[in-house]
Design a protein around this ligand. Structure first.
Ligand code: MN
Length: 313
């Protein structure tokens, strides 16, 4: 159950229904995220595995972290590591992650907060549960999304944005049966707090059981729905979508989502203006060419991506 909820959906601002002549986006593919381990061994699902990068553009990678209820001593994080050429967006649905980076950014990300880190020309960072959570164990559920940067911004200065859970814009659909948490970008005129380098929309939606939700979506954006929990259907085809599955939506003006009768349906809605540049990605770097990747490794080896700060966690 997500940390950010409301008692009364009908008290929220309502988004307009799509125009009568609008067309629902059809479903191009449904894929199931394989399980993996990240960092020091925390469980993730690789949400975009097997999907053509052109359909994901401007996104390149996403991990669903958990949902896992850790026992005492079990919570794990990552060691210090570098990034260049893109942004990491870490959204904590439940639980706590601590972050620190080489440009002085960092803090606690918890219970509905998002950390938006622009690696740009280079950064080192560490992401881990706080000591208190390692001691006690507890619920941990989040998402880390990698957002590409266009070539002219790959070497921009690194930047850190902290988006508190209270800053997330809450709205509902025209019929008032979905909680829409707009983290960044615009959904039907509602704009979230995240500042993005290229046009992007990120929304965490909770559909009440047995609802049918139509949400306007910019025709020039790509469109992805990833099911975090629960089960439902998407598109005019009513294609089945369940936890750990990703739908790619194409051709149209709005997204159509349905939930089954049993449980709320937790869905992440992602889209943006495609960058349409060559992608050379390897490990922690996302560049345009192999030569730029080699340069990133060389610069990291030479300490030019930053230094682990004194007094680090
Ligand atoms: Mn990282």
């Amino acid at each position: 159950m997500p940390a950010v909820t409301v008692d009364n959906l009908l008290a929220l601002p309502r988004l307009a229904a799509p125009a009568l002549d609008a067309r629902p986006r059809r479903v191009a593919s449904i894929t199931t995220a394989p399980h993996g381990l990240e960092g020091e061994g925390f469980p993730v699902r690789r949400a975009f595995a097997g999907v053509d990068l052109a359909l994901l553009d401007p996104f390149v990678h996403m991990d669903q972290m958990g949902e896992v209820d850790y026992g005492p001593g079990e919570p794990k994080g990552t060691p210090w590591h570098p990034h260049r050429g893109f942004e990491t967006v870490t959204y904590m649905i439940d639980g706590t992650f601590v972050h620190q980076d080489s440009i002085g950014g960092g803090g606690v990300i918890e219970n509905g907060a998002t950390q938006w880190m622009t690696a740009g020309s280079g950064i080192l960072h560490i992401e881990r549960p706080p000591d208190s959570l390692i001691t006690t164990g507890g619920l941990f559920h989040g998402v880390q999304l990698w957002v590409n940067l266009p070539s002219h911004l790959k070497m921009t200065d690194p930047r850190y944005q902290d988006i508190e859970s209270t800053a997330v814009l809450l709205a509902t659909n025209d019929q008032g049966d979905a909680l829409l948490r707009v983290i960044a970008g615009t959904l039907g005129g509602a704009t979230g707090p995240g500042s993005t380098h290229t046009p992007i929309t990120i929304v965490h939606a909770t559909l009440q059981p047995s609802s049918r939700v139509a949400l306007s979506w910019p025709t020039t954006y790509n469109a992805l729905t990833y099911a975090l929990a629960g089960h439902g259907a998407v598109g005019p085809e009513r294609a089945a979508l369940g936890a750990g599955q990703l739908a790619v939506h194409v051709d149209g003006d709005y997204l159509l989502l349905e939930s089954d009768a049993a449980n709320p349906f937790e869905v992440l809605l992602l889209g943006g203006q495609p960058i349409r540049e060559p992608v050379a990605a390897y490990g922690p770097f996302v560049m345009n060419t192999r030569a730029e990747l080699q340069q990133a490794f060389d610069d990291y080896q030479a300490g030019r991506l930053g230094q682990i700060p004194a007094g680090h966690i």
